[in-house]
Write a protein that binds this ligand. Structure first.
Ligand code: ITT
Length: 185
């Protein structure tokens, strides 16, 4: 049994769906942990995982996700959580007047097997919509339109989001690793 550490129930729901589809069990350890401020999602995710090694029973994983807006030099990136709580989606829309709306989501999963930490990533490119749309999902989903789609992530249900998202790419890599290495017995 593998444990996911997160304070975010939406993340747990999305990831549990994927584990379910693969016939795997997932335990949720609901915990809010401190994140360092660093330039990239990989170091933030690694550092948070390392600090949990003596707190949570292995094997476990957590993930860090950031929204990077090209015309804002990657902002909010590592500040995604703070910016979502403060500026929110209306604030992001106000910052972006006109063209230059391309952006990406990056998810970095850090998995601790009791011995070492392994990382798996996923990137979803797209753009920030002109207005907030949709009822599903969470966070920046109402203002993010994936490449090749007309819908925001919020207008998609969980299955459609999971078929293309940053998170599902990173989690697919984790699941393949776990299956390949027979880590789930
Ligand atoms: P944990 O750290 O406890 O897992 P969190 O919600 O703080 O939960 P992150 O730091 O990874 O998670 O997320 C940073 C911000 O990005 C936060 O405001 C999220 O709502 C948002 N976010 C993360 N994944 C997202 C997704 O798939 N779609 C839209 N917004 C997302």
């Amino acid at each position: 049994m593998v444990t996911l550490v997160t304070s975010n129930k939406h993340k747990f729901q999305e990831i549990r769906e994927m584990f379910d589809h693969n016939g795997l069990n997932l335990e949720w350890h609901e915990l809010t942990y401190e994140e360092i401020q660093a330039d990239d999602t990989y170091s933030i995710s690694y550092d948070s995982c390392r600090k949990l090694v003596n707190v949570v029973k292995a094997p476990f994983f957590m993930e860090d996700t950031g929204l990077y807006i090209d015309s804002l030099k990657g902002f909010p990136g590592p500040y995604s959580s703070y910016v979502s709580r403060t500026l929110g989606n209306p604030g992001i829309l106000r910052l972006l007047n006109g063209p230059g709306r391309s952006a990406k989501f990056v998810t970095v999963v850090s998995y601790y097997d009791g011995n070492s930490i392994l990382q798996f990533d996923g990137v979803l490119r797209g753009h920030i919509s002109a207005e907030s749309r949709g009822e599903n999902g969470f966070g920046y989903d109402p203002i993010f339109v994936p490449e090749g789609s007309d819908m925001t992530l919020s207008e998609m249900g969980i299955d459609l989001k999971n078929s293309l998202s940053h998170r599902s790419m990173a989690i697919s890599k984790l699941i393949s690793y776990l299956k390949r290495n027979d880590k789930l017995k």
